[in-house]
Ligand binder design. Structure first.
Ligand code: DX5
Ligand code: ZN
Length: 221
């Protein structure tokens, strides 16, 4: 099976981030998922661009910034100069998504949009041709360790069908509640990228490695 994993360092041990980044680096094509929460768009505050800048030099993996903030336009230049490769903002956090998409593109970064489980996918349908990434939330944004919302499967399939019909160069990423019980079904539904927080950092590394490598070697029907 073909997929990319994007471990979220929100579930890592913040006291030893460089070691945690090395674990991600054991999968050379994996991405580092960075969950930015501002205490306003979601209740929790996590970390900001200074931390991302500081850890950038300890990893050569792609940095996938997921902004769960109000006024994302203020954060884009900061994360761009901190070393982000992809910047994803929430459709619910702005009235002018096209301006934000252009702003990210102008910094030469890849552009993503995300949506909460309750936000209709029809709301972002017209944006898809302008995006590099669609981040489908499979839990309510704000915390790791939640249970995968089952209706996400239909949302992934819906987007996958549009992607194929319109020949879009779009990556479908799925974020929240992904573990070894559900990962394969998420890929089969159409996900290109699996964001993993508590499963990746809360499971013995050898077990994670065996599971991911096993899934990669599995033939698709
Ligand atoms: C939730 C974050 C997720 C989360 C994933 O708001 O966007 O990236 O950290 O963690 P798990 O895999 O534990 O749901
Ligand atoms: Zn995330």
């Amino acid at each position: 099976m073909n997929f990319i994993i994007a471990p979220s360092i929100l579930s890592a041990d913040f006291c030893k981030l460089s070691e945690e980044l090395k674990k991600i680096g054991k999968f050379p094509d994996s991405w580092v998922h960075l969950d930015i929460m501002d205490g306003s768009f979601v209740p929790v505050i996590t970390f900001g661009s200074p931390l991302v800048k500081s850890i950038r030099k300890h990893s050569s993996n792609i940095f996938d910034v997921h902004l769960m903030v109000n006024s994302p336009e203020k954060q884009i230049p900061l994360f761009a100069s901190a070393g982000a490769d992809y910047i994803t903002f929430h459709i619910e956090s702005t009235n002018s998504p096209l301006n934000l998409i252009n702003e990210i593109k102008n910094t030469n970064l890849k552009t993503g949009v995300s949506l909460r489980p309750s936000t209709p996918v029809s709301l972002i349908e017209n944006l898809l041709p302008d995006l590099d990434l669609l981040l489908i939330m499979s839990v309510e944004p704000g915390a790791s360790g939640q249970t995968f919302v089952e209706s996400t499967f239909d949302r992934i399939k819906f987007i996958k069908a549009i992607k194929e019909r319109k020949h879009l160069n779009l990556l479908i990423s799925v974020d929240g509640g992904i573990n070894e019980q559900i990962a394969e079904d998420v890929i089969e539904a159409g996900a290109d990228i699996l964001v993993m927080g508590s499963y990746f950092f809360g499971t013995p590394f050898e077990e994670v490695e065996n599971f991911i490598n096993g899934l990669r070697n599995k033939n698709t029907p």
